[in-house]
Structures are given as C-alpha cells and as structure tokens.
Design a protein around this ligand. Structure first.
Ligand SMILES: Cc1cc2nc3c(=O)[nH]c(=O)nc-3n(C[C@H](O)[C@H](O)[C@H](O)COP(=O)(O)OP(=O)(O)OC[C@H]3O[C@@H](n4cnc5c(N)ncnc54)[C@H](O)[C@@H]3O)c2cc1C
Length: 432
C-alpha cells in the first residue's frame, strides 16, 4: 500500500493531535498515525492537565468541551517520613474561575477527544498503525513505513510526536545517543475508586473542585517523588522514580508504591478506596539538555519525543508543552507548504517559534533543575529534618523549650549538616 499526504504526524498523543488539528484546519491533507487501537489507549499520566493556551485559541471554552474530571483549586506540597507528614497547602478562588489553571483528566478519554477534533477538522486518523521506519530520499525524510502490511506513506514533511522513546526521531538521525537512565523517570500509578462525596469531604472540595498533592519523601532514598490527584470519583496516586537511582538502590517501583500507600497519613486518605488498576510509563526528566535536534530535512520533533517536559519537584509539566510544540510544528509545516520548501533551513522557523514561546523559555529557565534533583539529601534527609522540626515545635511535654534558632541548628547538624544546607539552598535558588 502506498499513499501520499501533505503531512504525516506520528503519534496521536497531545503533541501529535495538536499538530494534526492545526494543519487540517488550514486545509492540508494530514495523516495522523497511532499504534493503539484508539488514541489514548496506550497513554497514561498523573495527572494534571495544565492550562493549554495553544488549544484555547482553537477552543475558547475548552473546559466545556474537553472530557475533564475536576479543575484544580487546591495545591499541596507534602514532606513525609514513615510516620509523619508536613503539608503546605494553597487554595485559590482565582483557580476556581474559568479559564481554569489546571484539570485532572484521564488520558484515554482526553486523547481520544483531541484526536477526534483533528479528524473533524479533516485529518485522516489511522489507528493500529505503528511506524516502523522513516523513508529517506536524497538525504531528506520523505515519509514513513508501517509495520502493518509493509505500507508506505509519503509526505514532504513528517512530525515525530511518538513520545519519550521516539524511534522516528532516532531513525531520522535526530537523536543519536541512547538515553541515560538518570535522564529517565519511571512513573507508576494506582487508580483508586472512591465516591465523589467521600473525596469532597476528605479533601474539603465542593462541586467540581479538585486537589493535587506533590509529595517528597518515603521513596527509601530513591530519587523521585509521589503525587495524589482527585478525579471526579477516583484518586490517582503514583510515583515518579529515577531509573538510575532505582538501579543503584536495588529497589522496585511496585514495592515502593505499596509501602507509600501504607504510610499512615496516606493510608487515611485512601481508606475505603478500591484499587482499580496499575499503570506505568517513562517520563523524560533531563530537561533542556536532553532534547534532540528538533528539525531535519523534511522532519520536526514535538512533545516528549523532543524531551519537552519540566520536572522541578513542585510541578510536572508535559502535556501543555506537547500541545504547544505540536501547534507550532503544525504552523511551521503550513508555512513550508506555502513556500514549497521543506528543507531543514525552512523548517527552522519551528525552532525559532519554540524559542519565542514558553516551551524553550521555561525549559531553559529550569535547565539546572535536573542537576539539583540529583541530590540524594532531598529524598530522605530533608523530609526527616522538616518533620522532626515540626514535631519539636508542636510537642508540649513539660520539658523546657529551646529557641527556634538553636533548635533548627541542632536539627540541621544532626541531619543534613550546615554546609550542605547552604550549598543546597544556593543550588535550589539557582535552579528554580
Ligand atoms: C505518570 C506520569 C505522570 C505525568 N504527570 C503529568 C502531569 O501531571 N502534568 C503534565 O502536564 N504532564 C505529565 N506527564 C507528562 C505527560 O504525560 C507527557 O509530557 C505528555 O503525554 C507528552 O505528550 P506527547 O503527545 O508528546 O507524547 P505521548 O503522550 O507519549 O503520545 C505519544 C503517542 O504516540 C504513539 N506512538 C508511539 N510510538 C508510535 C509509533 N511507532 N507509531 C505510531 N504511534 C506511536 C503512542 O501510542 C502515543 O499515543 C506525566 C507523565 C507520566 C508518565
């Protein structure tokens, strides 16, 4: 089978469907290729869909159209040890009004919907279509081959939006080196069934309000963190763990997740819930320095395939960067068609647009975050320090108290050490 299109998009995740939607709306004949039996079938995340300004241009009342669970009004950051939990909470009325700042979603529903919008705009969605290789002619990418039926699909421009492992970018020679395990996080998630009423009562929510919780500690020293998000009538609970660190410490993700779920303060939040499913996925956490070549002759790379993910410990942003980069790649392809020039130099406009957008600006801003998060003290000694300080502050046991400064200094000396604390504050300040 041989077919020709104006553009081919590999992968119907947020990056790919945003690119296909953008191009189809301008009248290009677009093929959107997805290996799953429907878009989203293979996809999972935490997760909070952060505000997607790129898509709000297309769907001005995005929150009324997309399949969303809850909008997030309450953000929590917690430090936990095996028996205690220190929680910082931010609750905002501003976040309770549209356009909302973030939503909890399920990827199978959301990705299915977004790809459907690309199809409505005129894109051709081909599911169960795994791209096997890129066709290169005269040094330029000229299409792709599919595993199924040895089909060949041709187009003057291909957008690789096939996620974190992007074999398309690799086969096109845009990513030469193998990923380092310290640049990859494995994310595991448990979905817990719980009624809306119980969730609302337990987290102090009303109507469609949602809460998110980022958690530091309880990873047995493995570099990584945990999360808990409220869906309409379920909870998503999981961990993002650095592959290299898991290997160094000889730990398995499921043992860590099980221990985390049994931690007393977490167990209280999960009480009465029923485990529905487990899932796992990789996440690119290397930041700005991990990105491949973004443009080649006849090809551009978007979303996780380009390592457009920001992991700072406070937030995990990926979908918003994926959608924005997909839209910009789509716009660059439209311009290339107008100029009838699909060379690398013509498509470099994509990189320029990324540099002017929040995508590369934010990735550059947080360039030092991956290095900062490589610090083992964050995952064990700091949660211990914070929780033991709070324990001492609130403990009234008939013993004379110490001044806050002396108490803090003594705790710091016993845990991280003063020099390390100063070095870590400096590195955190530079990274964030
Ligand atoms: C556990 C976890 C928690 C996360 N939490 C958040 C969060 O809270 N907020 C946030 O913004 N981001 C979060 N992220 C990151 C976010 O999920 C990604 O950044 C985002 O999904 C990237 O979108 P994408 O379209 O680039 O890639 P993907 O979503 O990976 O989509 C790629 C698509 O390509 C398809 N595909 C792959 N290979 C081929 C092939 N050869 N041929 C055809 N199709 C192919 C796949 O099936 C898939 O549909 C999280 C990630 C994980 C794993």
């Amino acid at each position: 089978m041989k077919r020709t299109y104006d553009a081919i998009v590999v992968g119907a995740g947020p990056a790919g469907s945003s690119a296909a939607l953008t191009m189809a709306r301008s009248g290009l004949n677009v093929a959107l290729l997805e290996r799953g039996s429907f878009p989203g079938e293979k996809n999972m995340f935490g997760g909070v869909l952060h505000r997607m300004t790129a898509l709000e241009e297309v769907f001005p009342d995005f929150w009324n159209q997309a399949p969303l669970e809850r909008h997030v009004v309450q953000k929590n950051l917690s430090f936990i040890t095996e028996g205690s939990c220190f929680n910082v909470s931010f609750d905002s009325e501003e976040a309770d009004r549209p356009p909302y700042n973030g939503y909890t979603i399920f990827r199978p529903r959301f990705d299915h919907w977004l790809a459907g919008e690309a199809v409505k705009a005129g894109a051709t969605l081909l599911t169960r279509s795994t791209v096997d290789d890129v066709i290169i002619e005269n040094g330029k990418v000229a299409g792709v081959t599919l595993l199924r039926d040895e089909a060949q699909l041709r187009a003057p421009v291909v957008i690789a939006a096939d996620g974190v492992l992007s074999f398309t970018a690799k086969k096109a020679g845009l990513r030469s080196a193998e990923f380092s395990p310290s640049n990859q996080g494995v994310c595991i998630k448990a979905l817990i069934d719980m009624t809306k009423e119980v969730i609302d009562d337990r987290f102090g929510l009303v109507l469609n309000q949602g809460a998110s919780k980022e958690i530091v500690g309880c990873t047995s020293g493995v570099r990584g963190g945990s999360f808990l998000y409220t869906n309409y009538d379920s909870l998503s609970l999981g961990m993002v763990l650095e592959l290299a660190s898991l290997n160094e410490k000889g730990k398995t993700p499921y043992d860590l997740l099980n221990a985390f779920m049994q931690q007393p303060q977490m167990a209280k939040l999960l009480k009465g819930g029923r485990l529905l499913e487990y899932s796992a996925h990789l996440v690119p956490k290397g930041g700005y320095d991990m990105k491949p070549e973004l443009v080649g002759d006849g090809i551009m790379v978007a979303g996780d395939a380009a390592a457009f993910c920001i992991v700072t410990g406070l937030n995990l942003e990926g979908i918003n960067l994926a959608a924005q980069s997909g839209v910009l790649a789509g716009k660059a392809a439209i311009e290339a068609h107008r100029q009838r020039d699909f060379s690398k130099s013509s498509l470099t406009v994509y990189r320029k647009m990324l540099e002017e957008s929040f995508v590369l600006k934010d990735l550059k801003l947080y360039k030092r975050a991956p290095q900062m998060l490589h610090n083992d003290r964050i995952y064990s000694q700091y949660p211990e320090l914070v929780c033991s300080m709070m324990d001492e502050i609130y403990r009234i046991d008939g013993k004379p108290k110490d001044t806050m400064t002396r108490m803090l200094l003594s705790k710091v000396k016993k845990t991280v050490g003063l020099k390390n604390l100063m070095a870590d504050v400096y590195s955190g300040w530079r990274a964030l």
